[in-house]
Design a protein around this ligand. Structure first.
Ligand code: ADP
Ligand code: ASP
Ligand code: MG
Length: 465
């Protein structure tokens, strides 16, 4: 059996301009020397935000904003296309066709004054459709045999617009029909990430940051040798580098650790990325597209043993909802009723803790909070606290060393903790505190467990546990 391809995914900053696309082509060429390769690309950095702003402007009928926005985006894409393509006229003609469709779509939304999730997906998809055309052109210009593939033909999803769920059986057939023949012809298929279509061909998106997920879905469908996430940092860092200044790369992670970190805010990986990789036991590697020769972070099914913790993650500006049973004891069925309210309002819960009479949960998406609070109030007392943060310490080492959890909590003794939780996987310890102290708590926890020499030092002596 021939080895599967490597799937290389490049995020927005890795396709931001001609220089970045030049580096991308070098990375794909290097991979191609060792076997088949597939490239999955995000929109040019900042473009998806801009497209969604334009969708909102169109919904208010703001034609001037539409014209100015389309002109600005077209100029930006054409500039990059001219810099990277061997046949700039050919490529800019293809882009111009895309922009004509895009303008029509915005005008239709403006006429109807209605940007439904379905229309917003159709609009947002242009970021990846255009960038993938440019990248395919750049690959061909450097002598790499590459072919653009419309990702909407290859990734089949349900119709949950804005957060579409892949239909794996249909996607495997679609990939076999549209991607495998390109690989078999010795070419590198270049596809946009983030986008797909329903079985009827209606454009969908997988949700923000979803290009990582696309790469993993294509990787699973193709039986890839490795899924590579090329980004703007050296790998999964020991904490969010925007919060903690002295982070370093985590060389190895288990699938379980990477999933927890992504779920609890490590933006470098979309939270669903690991699922398709686990299903087919495909290694995932996170790499810096600005570097050549780096090894990044390798994520596999086995659990690395070095260090007590793998990394920290945080989710900022979340909301805590406290629900207290109006009866003295939590009556039978109370928890079910509480969770049903969140389910009905499609508000995912991240952290839960309970006492005899109350339950506290955190939610990230607070758009329907008023409705949630009102429904809960019909059978419980409800209070809501905004501007909280989740801080999460992750590592398979937590299972090996039962004292680790108390050392983590002990090291946070100067910070008032609002909630504490450890789930059955015993792979993370999660605390909720005020957002205003989250950065300080994160920096402190990082210094305690991840200072280069801290691993060998006794951590926070004297703490119970
Ligand atoms: P891309 O556009 O390549 O998909 P993203 O912006 O989605 O990149 O993800 C990369 C960013 O994730 C980094 O620039 C960094 O600021 C942020 N990040 C948050 N937590 C982590 C972490 N633990 N390790 C690495 N990056 C992280
Ligand atoms: N371009 C999309 C976004 O900005 C998807 C991605 O970059 O992963 O969310
Ligand atoms: Mg991303």
């Amino acid at each position: 059996m021939s080895p599967g391809p490597v799937v290389l995914k490049f995020g927005g900053t890795s396709v931001v301009d001609a220089e970045a696309i030049g580096r991308l082509v070098r990375h794909v060429s290097e991979a191609r020397q060792h076997g088949p390769a597939v490239a999955v690309v995000s929109a040019l950095s900042g473009v998806t935000d801009r497209l969604l702003q334009l969708a909102s402007a169109a919904a208010t009928g703001n034609s001037a904003a539409i014209e100015a926005g389309v002109a600005e985006l077209q100029a930006r894409h054409e500039l990059v296309a001219r810099q990277v393509a061997a046949d700039p006229e050919g490529l800019t003609t293809v882009l111009a066709r895309g922009f004509a469709e895009f303008r029509n779509l915005l005008n239709a939304v403006a006429t109807l004054r209605d940007a439904s999730p379905r229309s917003r997906d159709a609009i947002a998809a242009y970021g990846e459709l255009l960038s993938s055309r440019i990248v395919a052109g750049a690959c061909s210009a450097s002598g790499l045999e590459a072919a653009w593939v419309d990702a909407r033909l290859a990734l089949v999803t349900n119709d949950s617009f804005g957060a579409a769920v892949p239909l794996m059986d249909e996607t495997e057939s679609a990939v076999a029909a549209h991607v495998l023949p390109v690989i078999a012809a010795g070419e590198v298929p270049v596809l946009g990430g983030y986008i797909g279509a329903t079985p009827d061909g209606v454009t969908t998106t997988l949700g923000r940051g979803g290009s990582d997920y696309s790469a993993a879905i294509f990787g699973a469908a193709l039986g890839a040798r490795e899924i590579q996430i090329w980004t703007d940092v050296d790998g999964m860092m020991t904490a969010d580098p925007r919060v903690v200044p002295s982070t370093h790369v985590v060389p190895r992670l288990s699938f379980g650790e990477a999933s927890e970190l992504a779920y609890f805010g490590a933006k470098v990986l979309h939270p669903s990325t690991i699922l398709p990789a686990v299903a087919k036991a495909i290694p995932v590697r996170i790499l810096n597209s600005r570097r050549f020769g780096g090894t990044g972070t390798l994520i596999t099914g086995s659990s690395p043993v070095d260090g007590p913790l793998a990394a920290l993650a945080c989710k900022r500006h979340i909301t805590v909802v406290d629900v207290t049973s109006t009866r003295m004891l939590m009556a039978h069925g109370f928890l079910r009723r509480v969770f049903e309210v969140f389910e009905r309002c499609r508000a995912p819960i991240d952290v839960v803790s309970t006492s005899e009479v109350s339950i506290s949960v955190t939610v990230d998406d607070d758009r329907r909070l008023a409705e949630i609070a009102s429904e809960l109030s019909s059978f419980a007392d409800v209070s809501v606290e905004r501007d909280m943060a989740i801080l999460c310490a992750v590592g398979d080492g937590l299972r090996r060393d039962p004292r680790l959890a108390s050392r983590i909590l002990g090291s946070l003794e100067q910070f008032p903790l609002r909630m504490v939780s450890q789930a059955a996987s015993r792979r993370n310890v999660t605390v909720v505190l005020q957002d205003s102290v989250a950065a300080a708590a994160m920096i402190h926890l990082h210094a305690t467990f991840f200072a280069r020499d801290a691993v060998t030092q006794p951590v926070h002596e004297g703490v119970a546990g």
